[in-house]
Design a binder for this molecule. Structure first.
Ligand code: ADP
Ligand code: ASP
Ligand code: MG
Length: 402
């Protein structure tokens, strides 16, 4: 007997047929004598639709607590419908919301972190031979308020349960049959990987490969939970995410794009020591996540500093710099949303010079201008015009993996 944690994303439970499809996958494993816990996301575009509904009522500042109250409803619908389908198939089942399943989180509404899982209830339901269906993406804080874990957070819910219960397997079912070298829906010639390391998957996920939520990968690595990403619609092998893989170290593992980027430029700063420190120190105090940074060469005693932030932090970034006005002088601040970030990821590039040159050449050949660049040991990212995103991913992918 194995303990198996499965997670099904929104498209996998989008309608009646899909719900029964998922119910059958679960029941199959249960009938083989396994203990099965399943985490589900809200159906289809439910979460987006709920956000839209709230925006119709208030397009200004909505309190994050109320937003969480609203969004957790999406998963309540899908867990109950799935449990009803499993009942119909004749197996014992119980659905649990995040708080019932013991998900205790901090109070950071909208992007809460799991503090611990009290597994008592889940264990007692398993002991009663129930199939357990858990609402993903949600928990409860110490004030008994509902919280959510951030978009795509059901992946993290699944990994957290697998870690807490030392499950034998954690299977993430989705609408593609594994992790590819680029988004298979957008890039011609994207190839499925049979295995990938946590570190490479973490980079891909953080840089825009939506197939796994980056926090879930972080947690899987921390607790050595082996993940399998596979299709809920086709019965075939997926991609395994683990610490060490047998495949040769590939030069480039994948190419990603991320449109959740805004460039902020601070123009006409004094070209003096300490200016960058004061600027970025203030941004850090306001908890702004700065990614790429570009500083112009000083001219006539002034310089410009540009940097990128996630789009929803652009406003707070500008406010935090404005609050520096009495301390540092500058001419103006501008922000630009029409950008995106293209990245290549691969542990092999550490020992191979020329990866950056090859990436830049492929963009040059496609007449795509690079605005900013950042690198780490296993990734190179460039900022480009948003309108050229798909083209850029395709040409960079062709250059390395075509
Ligand atoms: P779910 O609802 O199951 O959580 P998501 O939409 O969050 O599904 O993630 C699956 C999607 O991720 C796929 O439909 C695919 O278009 C996209 N995707 C982006 N990059 C990749 C990649 N490198 N490999 C596989 N899928 C990717
Ligand atoms: N329903 C949530 C979302 O759309 C959580 C998830 O899908 O994992 O972000
Ligand atoms: Mg997802």
């Amino acid at each position: 007997m194995s303990l198996i944690v499965k997670k099904f994303g929104g498209s996998s439970v989008a309608n009646k047929e899909r719900i029964f499809n998922v119910a059958r996958i679960i029941v199959d494993d249960y009938k083989k004598g396994n203990e099965v816990i399943t985490v589900v996301s809200a159906q289809g575009d439910t979460t987006d639709d709920l956000i839209e509904k709230a925006r119709e009522i208030n397009d200004g500042n909505i309190s994050k607590r109320e937003m969480d109250m609203l969004l957790t409803a999406g998963e309540q619908i899908s867990v109950s419908l799935l449990a009803i389908a499993i009942e119909k198939l004749g197996c014992p089942v119980i659905s649990l919301l995040g708080w019932q399943a013991g998900f205790n989180t901090d109070s950071n509404h909208g992007i809460a972190r799991i503090k611990n899982i009290n597994t008592e209830r889940i264990r007692s339901e398993l002991a009663k031979k129930n199939i357990v269906i858990v609402a993903g993406f949600q928990g409860i804080n110490k004030y008994d308020d509902l919280t959510t874990l951030g978009r795509g957070g059901s992946d993290t819910s699944a990994v957290a349960i697998a870690a807490a219960l030392h499950a034998n397997r954690c299977q993430i079912y989705t609408d593609v049959d594994g992790v590819y070298t680029a988004d298979p829906r957008k890039v011609k010639g994207a190839k499925k990987m049979s295995e990938i390391t946590y570190d490479e998957m973490l980079e891909l996920a953080t840089l825009g490969a939506q197939v796994l939520n980056n926090r879930s990968v972080e947690m899987a690595k921390k607790y050595s939970v082996e993940l399998e990403v596979l299709s809920s619609l086709e019965n075939k092998e997926g991609t395994i995410v683990r610490e060490n893989i047998e495949m040769e170290k590939m030069l480039i593992r994948g190419v990603t794009s991320d449109k959740n980027v805004t460039t902020i430029s601070v123009i006409g700063l004094k070209d003096l020591p300490g200016i960058a420190f004061k600027l970025f120190n203030k941004l850090a105090q306001f908890k702004v996540n700065v990614d790429m940074i570009l500083q112009s060469i000083g001219r006539d005693g002034t310089k410009d500093i540009s940097f990128t932030v996630p789009r929803d932090q652009a406003q707070i970034a500008i406010e935090s710099i404005n609050s520096l006005k009495p301390i540092i002088k500058y001419e103006s601040i501008t922000s630009d949303d029409s950008v995106s970030k293209i990245s290549v990821v691969g542990a092999g590039m550490e020992s191979h010079p020329g990866v950056a040159a090859k990436m830049f050449e492929s963009l040059y050949d496609a007449d795509i201008n690079i605005r900013m660049i950042t690198t780490s040991e296993i990734r190179i990212s460039v900022l480009i015009d948003e309108s050229k995103t798909d083209k850029a991913v395709q040409v960079v992918h062709d250059a390395f993996l075509g």
